[in-house]
Write a protein that binds this ligand. Structure first.
Ligand SMILES: C[S@@+](CC[C@H](N)C(=O)[O-])C[C@H]1O[C@@H](n2cnc3c(N)ncnc32)[C@H](O)[C@@H]1O
Length: 250
């Protein structure tokens, strides 16, 4: 029965691949690589480059997986995501039947770490429940959040304090007891609406790549700089990928 490896590849630099990830890459016969088109083409290329660079002395195949868009007609976010996952699951079920031999190993390469704001493990659970994927392994990767902390040379939490992780759409309001919160998936520059006197920000874009940008300081002081650099980079590259830590000032 076909096996699946869900491999975290780190959030940028190929040198962030772990030894376990490289070993896993070298067990895969068929890679499923999402083709999201347009701005995500660079991320697809990075995945292929990793395969070419780190797989030694064995053949592998690459199967493009069309990445369906989320339906915009829903009001209910969870129902929307559920319906979207069902369509992705159906695509993978078909590809497993047609592209992966009985005794073969399939692989998916997950940006950063598979446990962090990525749908793939939920899709795999569904495939597993239906008996389409019988056996699977998860290989952890270095996430964008770890990279953010390393680049700014900071711990993510303060001693004994909580650390929260939030998608930008769930950031506000920031409760009084929140000391440190990492924000991902911010297409709307949500940091603009946070009290700039109350928080420091540690911001990073395109972490682990040649285009990496880092800005840190009191939010009120650096907010305009982040805005300007973010917009210039977004226009130059056509897409932006950024994350940040907000830490309450004392
Ligand atoms: C769908 S989530 C995937 C997170 C990923 N699984 C991880 O472990 O980092 C995508 C979000 O992660 C953050 N992100 C991922 N890679 C990044 C990078 N290289 N630089 C800055 N932010 C990144 C951004 O907030 C982006 O909107």
């Amino acid at each position: 029965m076909a096996k699946l490896l869900v491999i975290g590849i780190g959030a940028g630099d190929p040198e962030l691949l772990t030894v376990q990830a490289i070993e896993a890459l070298n067990r895969v016969d068929v890679f499923f690589i999402p083709d999201k088109g347009g701005e995500k083409a660079e991320l697809r290329e990075r995945r292929l480059a990793i395969c070419r660079e780190f797989i030694k002395g064995r053949d592998f195949r690459v199967v493009e997986v069309a990445a369906p868009k989320r339906n915009s007609a829903f009001d209910d976010y969870r129902a929307n995501v559920e319906e979207w996952h069902a369509r992705i699951e159906a695509d993978y079920a078909r590809l497993f039947a047609t592209e992966v031999g009985e005794a073969e190993c399939a692989g998916v390469l997950i940006w950063g770490d598979p446990s962090l704001y990525d749908s793939m493990l939920r899709i795999v659970e569904r495939l597993h429940a239906r008996g389409i994927v019988v056996d699977y392994e998860v290989i952890p990767g270095i996430s964008s959040i770890q990279l953010l902390a390393a680049r700014h040379r900071i711990p993510l939490n303060r001693i004994g304090e909580k650390l929260e992780i939030a998608p930008a759409r769930r950031l506000r309001p920031i409760a009084d007891d929140v000391d440190s919160v990492v924000v991902v998936l911010d297409g709307e520059r949500t940091y603009r609406e946070v009290d700039g006197e109350a928080f420091d920000i540690y911001w990073g874009a395109y972490l682990g790549t040649a285009d990496e940008i880092l800005v840190s300081g009191r939010l009120a002081d650096v907010r305009d700089e982040i805005d300007a650099r973010r917009e210039a980079a977004r226009l130059a590259k056509g897409w932006i990928m950024d994350t940040y830590l907000l830490r309450r000032r004392r």
